[in-house]
Every structure is written in C-alpha cells, then in structure tokens.
Design a protein around this ligand. Structure first.
Ligand code: ADP
Length: 471
C-alpha cells in the first residue's frame, strides 16, 4: 500500500491529469483502502463522470457511502446493477453490508451468499459473522472524522448535516451559475442513430414537432410538455438517442448521472436535483437527460428510507413545475434498464407520460450501426451484413467496443507499415470473435419475469413481442 507521501504524489498526479481514468480510479481505491472515506467518495464521483455506469467505480462509491453509514444512498447507487443478474461479486458484498446497515438481514444474507457462491475470493469473514448473528455493522473507523449515521426504523434520514469545509456535489457548487453543470451542444442528430425508426418517430412527435411546428400542434389542440422514459437493455443506445434528439432540435443537452445527484447529506440530493432543473430552464430549449433514473424515481413503497422518498417527491415536483410554463422548452428524457422499479406516479400526464422501448438492434440495425461507427475510418470493401450476422445479441455499445478494438489493432499495423492500412471485414469479424458475451439475453429474461404478469395496463406492449421471440 502507498504511504502518505505516495498518496500525496497520487493526489498531485490526479490533479494534473484530471481525465486520466485509471489514475483517478487508483487514487479513489487507495483513499478507500486507507479509510479517507469522504475524499474517496469525491474521487469516485469524479471518476464516474469520466466513466458513467462503470460497475467497479460504482461499487467503490457505494462502499464509501456505506462505510460512512449512508446505507440508503449506497443502495441507491447499486440498485440499477442489482436489478440485473451477473453483477460483480464485490458489489454483492458491498450491497450486503448496506442492507445489513439498514436492518434488512434477509436481503443482506441473500446478496452476500449469492456473491460468494460466484466468487469465493470476495468473502468477508467479518461481515459473514455479523450476518449469522443478525447484527448491524460496527461504525466505520478511519483517519478522517466521519458523519454519524442514524439508520433505523424511525423513518429518520440516515444522512447527517454537512460539516463545514466538506464540498457539496457539483451542482451545488455552481449555485447561480452554470459552472458546475455540463451544458453540451450535441454534435449528433437522428442521422447518427442507426435503425430505431419507430423510436425516432415517437420522439419526433412527442418532443420535436411541438417545438418545430407549434402552429400545427396548436391547431390540433395539443400542448407541448411531458417527458419520455426510454427503457431497454444496457448499451442499446438510449443515451446516444437522447443526445441525438437534442442535436436534432438544436437544443442544449444536460446529461445527469446518479453521481451528480446522490449525496449523503440531508437535503443535498434534493438541492442537486433542483439545481439541474434550474440549469436546464436557464438553457432553453434544452433536453434534460436523466440516466439510470430508476435509482432516483423508484417506487416509494420500495424505498427503505424517508430521505429517498423525499427525493422522489422533489423529482415529481420539479417535473410538474411551479406553474404551467415552468418547464416550457425543457424536454425531459430519462433512461432506465429497470423500468419496472419506477414509481407509477412518474407516468402521470405531464411527467414521463410516454414509455418508449429502445430495443436491442436486429441484423439490419447492427449493419447500420457498424456503418455509422466506421464511416470516418479508412475502409476496404466491406460486407457489413456478414459482420451483423456474426454479432447476434450484441448491442450498440458492444459494437462500438468491437470497432474500437479492430481500429486499435489496425493503427498498430499502420504504424509498422508507415501508411494507413484500411480496415477490412475480416478485422471486424476477428474482433467479433473476441467480443464479451452481451447481457441482452439476461436482460430479456429479467424483463420477462417482471412484465409477464403485470401488463394489465398495456404499459409493456412494445416489449412483449421481444420477450416472446427470445423465449
Ligand atoms: P445506453 O444508454 O442504452 O446504455 P449508449 O447510448 O451509451 O447506450 O450506447 C453506447 C454507444 O453505442 C453509443 O455511444 C453509440 O456510439 C453506440 N450506439 C448505440 N446504439 C446506436 C445506434 N442505434 N446507432 C449508432 N450508434 C449506436
């Protein structure tokens, strides 16, 4: 382990190379291992901005919350992952610790044993002993003074007041300015999104036409407003689609991840949420995009703690706005891999009143995605259909990884040859052979379990043909 001098050098290196993800991760892991929990939390947040949804970084962030006693916030970070099978074993152990902290011994035991079965090296004898005695974890001991948690059945928040000198999450720092928020101008439009014609059409009608042709909409007595909830397997292109919708509309784009909102201090998550809506309102027209929204908008009945319920209520209040015009020109899009966890209150008119399924790409869509992903590269004669046939079950994100790997190999070859060597069908087929198995099938199996017996309202109609097809 690094000594204090080494730690200082790591901090300095990270300060000088803020975009160096492996370095920031290493610093965060080191801080966590040394017990500098608040600093580790801040570093994991920064790393998550560079690599949103990275399971390892999310696990680190959750562990830093859990060890500070903020069990509910830790679980909110992990929830999107826990909803899917096959999450990393260490994540299961951290989840177990947080569930135990919340007094949910049954869930803690289940998560712990399930994780250890998959990877015995993740075992934590101390936690195992506490699990068998049903006790709660002892308060964390570490060098810096940590906030005192007050978990329990009293319905009181598990969070503590923010001590002086502890920085707030990014949006709080930017109160009154847009300094902390990433307000992007999207360079993508729908032309950069392959396939998904039905999805694009739904977004056009819902989001774009009212803004582009308000007279037409008014003539039919329709008002703009209300958000869209995009759901589907991870990597199928939900974020890409949201960004492209902003570009299509010429609107600014604000991409909000969990790490931007969740905070262990009383009321801070709500303030962060209000902050991002305010930033979007100041930058109209704006597409405000919430990724992994299930962690912010989960069913209140599922919420273990009062403070997370307050966050849901705040979210609902922001979506409704103080008056009819509060969110004019702000188009709220949200994405989730686990739509069945979303509180139904979010689906009322004016909120996320439209559910749009972003499906895994079929063969034709995969060929089209590959064309888009390789269009600015030197190419030989390509047979994209053959590659598409060889990549069944891969989603857009997997295809992007595959193209990146093939391009990297080609770059090395080009450097050796001293000239650009074009990418071939064979290169992409070879990269396809080494692609990691995708989670699409697992996702569809999970989705099937949730929606088969709960489609009375027809909410999941779009999903049904996919579930039946993959049986
Ligand atoms: P999700 O938000 O559903 O997890 P992303 O939007 O992050 O997925 O997709 C990952 C990447 O895959 C995108 O950045 C994009 O490069 C690529 N991609 C996914 N779907 C498409 C598509 N339909 N057309 C072009 N590229 C796509």
């Amino acid at each position: 382990m690094v000594d204090d001098g080494g730690l200082q050098a790591l901090r300095e290196a990270a300060r000088l190379s803020p975009d160096n993800l492996p370095l920031r991760r290493h610093l965060a892991d080191t801080l966590l291992a040394r017990g500098y929990l608040a600093e580790a939390e801040a570093e994991y947040r920064a790393a998550l901005v560079l690599a949103p949804r990275d399971p390892g970084i999310s696990t680190g962030l959750a562990e830093s919350f859990a060890r500070q006693g903020a069990y509910g916030v830790a679980l909110s970070v992990l929830e999107p992952f826990l909803a899917q099978p096959g999450y990393p074993a260490r994540m299961g152990v951290v989840a177990a610790r947080a569930f135990l902290g919340e007094g949910d011994v049954a869930q803690a035991g289940y998560r712990y044993h399930e994780a250890i079965l998959r990877d015995p090296s993740a075992a934590d004898p101390d936690l195992a002993a506490r699990l068998s005695s049903g006790a709660r974890p002892a308060p964390a001991a570490g060098p810096p003074a940590q906030p005192v948690a007050a978990p329990g059945s009293s319905g009181q928040p598990v969070t503590a007041p923010r001590p002086a000198g502890v920085p707030a999450a990014p949006y709080q720092q930017s109160a009154g300015t847009d300094g902390g928020a990433e307000v992007e101008r999207s360079r993508f439009t729908f032309a950069d999104v392959a396939g998904m014609e039905a999805v694009k059409e739904a977004l056009r009608v819902k989001l774009l036409l009212p803004v582009q042709q308000p007279e037409l909409f008014a003539a039919f007595g329709k008002r703009a407003g209300g958000g869209v909830l995009l759901y589907g397997p991870p990597g199928a292109g939900k974020t890409h689609l949201a960004r492209a919708a902003a570009g299509e509309l010429g609107a600014s784009f604000v991409n909000v991840g969990l790490a931007d909102i969740l905070d262990m201090y009383v009321g801070q998550s709500e303030r962060n949420l209000r902050g991002v809506f305010e930033i979007a309102r100041r930058n109209r027209p704006c597409v405000l995009f919430f990724d992994e929204v299930d962690a912010l908008a989960a069913r209140r009945s599922d919420m273990r703690q009062a403070h997370t319920r307050q966050l849901v209520n705040q979210f609902l209040a922001e979506l409704d706005g103080v008056d009819d015009r509060a969110n004019e020109g702000v188009l709220v899009l949200a994405a989730t891999n686990a739509p069945w966890y979303i509180d139904v209150a979010f689906r009322r008119p004016g909120r996320f009143d439209q559910l749009v399924f972003v499906p895994p790409p079929d063969t034709a869509a995969r060929a089209a995605i590959l064309r888009i992903l390789t269009r600015d590269k030197p190419l030989a004669e390509m047979d994209f259909d053959a590659i598409a046939r060889a990549t069944e079950d891969l989603v857009g994100a997997d295809l992007k990884g595959l193209v990146d790997r093939a391009v990297e190999a080609k770059l090395r070859e080009s450097v050796a040859a001293g000239r650009p060597v074009p990418l071939t069908t064979g290169d992409l087929l070879a990269a396809a052979g080494t692609a990691a198995p995708s989670s699409v099938r697992e996702w569809l199996a999970t989705a099937r379990n949730y929606v088969m017996h709960a489609n009375e309202s027809g909410a999941w109609d779009e999903l049904m043909p996919w579930i039946d097809r993959k049986r």
